[in-house]
Design a protein around this ligand. Structure first.
Ligand code: B12
Length: 135
């Protein structure tokens, strides 16, 4: 008897306004891959992170579902994953190139997050810009 009551309570919680934010697990984002070093076409992809999920989760999900998006990263012992390559193009210390992480929010402001792909938590409808750049 207790189990159906618990199930009904859970269902009710899901239907209450305000509560679903914690349950509805999809925060949609776009990923724009662009190259400021050598001219090449931009590519835009759609994916999502779970509620308060980190960017790399959405990137992995995209990689698993779309053969045209690939990335690699190295693990830094202090700062976590460092984005090494996107779609086969790798950053190169000798050429001083790297994949810069930028975020354009739905209100059109663009920021350069002060954390990497393993720490950044996207907001709904963010456009994550992976920009091949020089430093
Ligand atoms: C130089 C530098 C870079 C260079 C590193 C290459 C080079 N050969 O110089 C470049 C320009 C590539 C870079 C990029 C980024 N950086 Co940087 N970088 C630094 C800086 C100023 C010095 C690092 C250093 O040389 N330490 C001395 C050496 C001897 O130690 P090291 O452990 O070998 O250093 C390596 C790591 O620091 C690594 N690294 C550098 N930046 C980052 C960022 C992340 C997320 C990771 C995992 C590793 C990493 O590269 C260094 C050289 O191999 C630090 C700030 C500071 N004063 O420490 C920020 C710093 C480490 N970077 C930071 C950030 C946020 C980034 C970016 C995410 C910025 C962006 N939005 O694009 C990107 C990384 C994107 C990606 N591809 O994943 C943050 C990391 C904070 C955090 N908790 O995640 C720091 C602390 C600056 C800050 N904003 O406070 N960075």
């Amino acid at each position: 008897m207790k189990i159906p009551i618990l199930l009904s309570a859970a269902l009710l919680l899901l239907l209450l306004p305000g509560v679903p934010a914690a349950f509805s697990s999809q925060t949609p984002i776009q990923i724009l891959v662009t190259n400021s070093v050598t001219p090449s076409p931009d590519r835009t992809y759609s994916t999502y992170v779970v509620y308060r999920g980190i960017l790399i989760g959405g990137m992995r999900r995209l990689q698993d579902s779309n053969t045209y998006f690939k990335f690699t990263y190295t693990e830094d012992q202090n700062y976590g994953p460092f984005l090494q390559s996107v779609n086969g193009l790798a950053g190169c210390p000798e050429r001083r190139t790297y994949w810069q992480l930028l975020v354009q929010s739905s209100n059109d402001t663009t920021i350069r997050p002060n954390v990497g792909i393993g720490c950044y938590i996207p907001n709904a409808n963010d456009t994550i810009i992976l920009k091949y750049s020089t430093y």
